[in-house]
Design a protein around this ligand. Structure first.
Ligand SMILES: C[S@@+](CC[C@H](N)C(=O)[O-])C[C@H]1O[C@@H](n2cnc3c(N)ncnc32)[C@H](O)[C@@H]1O
Length: 253
C-alpha cells in the first residue's frame, strides 16, 4: 500500500503521516541520488499497540519491530499484519519501552515511533533515553504526546470547570479522578524531554487542532477540507499549541 492511501489521511492522523512520509521520501530521494535501490528502513514502534502505524509502514516495504507491554495488543497486531500480508516484515515483541536495548541493537534503527506512550508510562525520561539509544546517528524519532491546553479547553467548554482548573494547575496536566492519561505536555515541556536525551528537535506540529472541535458528522462530511485545515494550521502557534496532541520530529545527532 502506498503511504498516500486515503485510509492513512484521516483528519486525526494526517499531520503525523505527513511528517513520516517526508522522512521516508528523504531516504528514497538519497537512494535515487546515489543511483541505488532504496533499502527497507529499520523501524521500531515503541508502544506500537495494534499496529495502526506499524502495519502500513510494513506494507510500504519497511521492516518494523513493535515492542509493547500488552499481549492483547500484540496479538491483534500479529493478526492485522497477517491479514495485510506483511507478517514477514513485522516483529511483535512483548516488553517495556524503557528497555528497548533488549530487543534491538543499540544505534541501529533508522526511525523510532513512540506515539501516545509518554503520556502513560511510569518513566517518560527513561523511555526517551531508550528511544535515543536505539537510533543510529542521523536516525529520526516520531513522538506523539497529549496536549495539555486542549484538555483544559475541552473540559471548560463542556462545563467541567473545576476539572479544567485542576488540570491547568497540575504540573503534569492531569486530574485526580477518571483521567485517561498520567501526564500531558506543551511544546516546551515535550521538546525539553527529548533534548535531555540528546535528541535534536526538528519540527513540532499540532495534531487534531480542528478535528476535535467539530461534531463527528461535520468532520466526516467535510473530511478533505478538515485535513487541509489540519495540515495548514499544524505548524503555527497558537493553533499548534491548542491541539489535542503534539507531534515532535527529532533526530539523533
Ligand atoms: C494509547 S496506546 C498507543 C498505541 C499506538 N502507539 C498508537 O498510536 O496507536 C498506548 C500503548 O502503549 C503501550 N504501553 C503502555 N506502557 C508501556 C510500556 N511501559 N512499555 C511498552 N508499551 C507500553 C500500551 O500497551 C498501548 O498499546
Amino acid at each position: 500500500m502506498e503511504l498516500t492511501h486515503p485510509r492513512l489521511s484521516g483528519p486525526r492522523t494526517a499531520v503525523v503521516w505527513a511528517a513520516l512520509r517526508r522522512e521516508l521520501d528523504r531516504h528514497s530521494g538519497s537512494a535515487a541520488d546515489e543511483g541505488t535501490a532504496q533499502e527497507p528502513l529499520s523501524i521500531l514502534d515503541a508502544g506500537g499497540g495494534t499496529g495502526g502505524f506499524a502495519v502500513p509502514l510494513a506494507e510500504a516495504g519497511h521492516r518494523v519491530t513493535v515492542v509493547d507491554a500488552s499481549p492483547d495488543a500484540l496479538a491483534a497486531l500479529t493478526r492485522r499484519a497477517a491479514e495485510a500480508g506483511v507478517a514477514d516484515r513485522v516483529r511483535a515483541l512483548q516488553g517495556d519501552a524503557d528497555a528497548l536495548a533488549g530487543f534491538v541493537e543499540p544505534a541501529s534503527v533508522d526511525l523510532v515511533l513512540c506515539h501516545s506512550v509518554l503520556d502513560v508510562v511510569d518513566d517518560p525520561a527513561g523511555v526517551v533515553a531508550a528511544v535515543a539509544a536505539a537510533l543510529r546517528p542521523g536516525g529520526a524519532a516520531s513522538i506523539l504526546v497529549a496536549g495539555k491546553a486542549a484538555a483544559v479547553l475541552h473540559r471548560a467548554i463542556t462545563g467541567q470547570l473545576a476539572a479544567a482548573a485542576e488540570l491547568l494547575a497540575h504540573p503534569e496536566g492531569r486530574v485526580a479522578e477518571r483521567d485517561t492519561v498520567r501526564r500531558r505536555y506543551d511544546a516546551d515541556s515535550a521538546a525539553a524531554l527529548l533534548r535531555a536525551a540528546g535528541l535534536d528537535v526538528v519540527e513540532i506540529h499540532g495534531v487534531r487542532v480542528i478535528a476535535d472541535l467539530l461534531p463527528a458528522a461535520v468532520a466526516d462530511a467535510h473530511a478533505h477540507a478538515v485535513v487541509e485545515l489540519e495540515l495548514a494550521a499544524a505548524a503555527h502557534p497558537p493553533y499548534r499549541d491548542i491541539a489535542a496532541q503534539l507531534h515532535l520530529f527529532a533526530r539523533r545527532p
